[in-house]
Design a protein around this ligand. Structure first.
Ligand code: ADP
Ligand code: MG
Length: 278
């Protein structure tokens, strides 16, 4: 035996911890003892033991990746199809929407346009589609049309436009909500258009708008640019028709129907006949 081997060696447990950290296997590190006890109790061999540990690491890794994607997407709220009532919006093609939730259009680099008046669930649907894409491990970015233009103008002023454009052109799914509420300046419209040219056939884009296509010129202030943008956007596109009664309005009407009509009389305690102060 050499002299160095007889010096107190690093205990294997310490080495294992170190190596698992180095290899970025936090779940194996956390679980290996517990799973070993279970394997011994159940009489499982070392292959099954190792398999179980590796599976746990994979499951955790996927969950962490999805959480990272969701954070990176910057959704203003978390919405899913589980809480979406299709019956409330009959104009929306439900089979197509559920098919889109499988995200094959993202892989095929196709686009989606959701059109309809205010309050019909356009933002809800695009948030749900965004979440579905994150859950499948695809990179997503969510923004509004006005927010995107603001971001682009700011980046241009700070001389980091190219970097932002590169980021926006590589994300697998770009969601641009609320096109149409705010008309864009000429520079804004040009920057917006450039994003579409750069993304064309490279990634998927979802656009929601309260305006039908023939009114989009009013947003961009330029017919030629609008035509060129629509040409790219609608090359491979799924259209979601979402015209209908506003969900918010319908709900507040329903609430009002349930509540007793406000009375002009002061509230009276039915037992004592006393007037209750409000
Ligand atoms: P839009 O973007 O078309 O103006 P939103 O998606 O913002 O409409 O919808 C307004 C509110 O109503 C949101 O809180 C949304 O979650 C809810 N909502 C709209 N449509 C539905 C629906 N069909 N089922 C469940 N919630 C809905
Ligand atoms: Mg909206």
């Amino acid at each position: 035996m050499s002299a160095s081997a007889s010096e107190s060696p690093t205990p294997p447990r310490v080495l294992l911890t170190h190596h698992l950290r180095q290899l970025k296997l936090p779940t194996v590190l956390r679980e290996y003892e517990k799973v070993a006890l279970e394997a011994a109790r159940d009489g499982q061999d070392h292959i099954r033991y190792l398999l179980r540990l590796v599976e746990l690491e994979l499951i955790d890794r996927e969950r962490r990746m999805v959480e990272r994607r969701i954070r990176a997407a910057r959704f203003p709220a978390t919405k899913s199809f589980d809480t979406f009532d299709f019956a409330a919006i009959p104009s929306l093609n439900k089979p197509l929407t559920l098919e889109l939730a499988r995200c094959e259009y993202v892989v095929a680099r196709e686009n989606i346009i959701a059109l309809g008046n205010s309050g019909t669930g356009k933002t809800h649907v695009c948030l749900a589609l965004g979440l579905a894409a994150c859950q499948r491990g695809l990179s997503v970015a969510f923004t509004t049309a006005a927010g995107l233009v603001h971001q682009l103008m700011e980046a241009r002023d700070e001389k980091r436009l190219l970097r932002l454009q590169a980021q926006l052109s590589t994300v697998k799914l770009l969601i641009i909500d609320e096109l149409g509420y705010v008309p864009l300046s000429q520079t804004g419209a040009e920057l917006f258009f450039e994003i579409f040219s750069q993304r064309h056939e490279r990634g998927s884009t979802i656009v929601t708008s309260n305006l039908p296509f023939d009114e989009w010129t009013s947003v961009f202030g330029n017919q030629r640019l609008t035509g060129a943008l629509l040409d790219r956007l609608t090359h491979h596109v799924h259209i979601l028709e979402m015209n209908g009664e506003s969900y918010r309005l319908k709900q507040s009407k329903a609430r009002r129907r349930k509540e007793p009509a406000p009375s002009a009389e002061p509230p009276v305690n039915p037992e004592t006949g006393e007037i209750t102060p409000t």
